[in-house]
Ligand binder design. Structure first.
Ligand code: ADP
Ligand code: MG
Length: 234
């Protein structure tokens, strides 16, 4: 579904991504793990059209999307749940959801999609007319995911969805990602929480200083000596 080939990205003079290649098969969960500053967000934002790669190709369902503006990438079905949720705190939950339905691909199905995401997240239904900024951290993460679903993405890229959440809520968020995947959505999961994301990933990439250093199934990486020493504290 998604293929990144030999991508290089710079922020000014500093190289953030170096010769990155990876592939995401339809229907899978692919984890991209690595320490703070490794380039995970830069990678997601490059796929999403917020950074233009200096070189390399990014193929989504066969079409080269490298350098395409982000609204066009979104409209092809590439959704993003950004680091730090990025909801609109002063707007109501309902208004936040409607923001996610502005994409041409989903505009006409706004009402059905609202019904669908509210059924999925009953807490949001209860709080529809509340300002989104008054929600708990976990509820805001659910809202960010629900808003993304309003755009009917085929692929969702989650950037650090567990960051700053209590362990029980982290569990809920990961279960939500599993459920979405089971229902057919392809997922790219970016996490510093390496143990947890490898457990639910079909395939994983370790990113270090802007390069892919280790690749394998989630299971294989969980028992990889280098991963255990560097990221799992074993
Ligand atoms: N907009 C930017 N301008 C300049 N440098 C940036 C920018 N965004 C990220 N960086 C740098 O690029 C590197 C990778 O950052 P990032 O992609 O945010 O990593 P991660 O998400 O893995 O923590 C870091 O050294 C960071 O300081
Ligand atoms: Mg990041």
């Amino acid at each position: 579904m998604l293929e990144v080939r030999n991508v290089n990205v710079f922020h000014g003079d500093a190289q953030a991504l170096e010769d990155i290649s990876l592939s995401v098969e339809a229907g899978t969960i692919v984890a991209i793990v690595g320490a703070n500053g490794a380039g995970k967000t830069s990678l997601i934002r490059t796929i999403g059209g917020m950074h233009r790669p200096a070189s390399g190709r990014i193929l989504f369902e066969g079409a080269d999307i490298a350098g395409l503006p982000s609204h066009l990438v979104c409209d092809l079905g590439v959704g993003q749940v950004a680091e730090g949720r990025q909801i609109f705190p002063a707007l109501s939950v309902a208004e936040n959801l409607d923001m996610g339905a502005m994409l041409p691909r989903a505009r006409r199905k706004r009402v059905q999609n609202r019904e669908r995401v509210q059924a999925m997240f009953p807490k949001l239904r209860e709080r529809l007319w509340q300002a989104a900024g008054t929600l708990s951290g976990g509820e805001q993460q659910m809202l960010a995911i629900a808003r993304c679903l309003m755009g009917e993405p085929k692929l969702i890229m989650f950037d650090e969805p567990s960051l700053g959440l209590a362990p029980t809520i982290v569990h809920d968020v990961l279960q939500t990602i599993r459920d979405l995947n089971a229902a057919g959505t392809t997922c790219v999961l970016v996490e510093q929480n390496v143990a947890v994301s490898l457990k639910i990933a079909h395939k994983a990439y370790v990113l270090e200083n802007g390069r892919v250093t280790i690749t394998g199934t989630g299971e294989a990486l969980l028992s990889d000596e280098r991963v255990r020493r560097a990221y799992l504290g074993v």
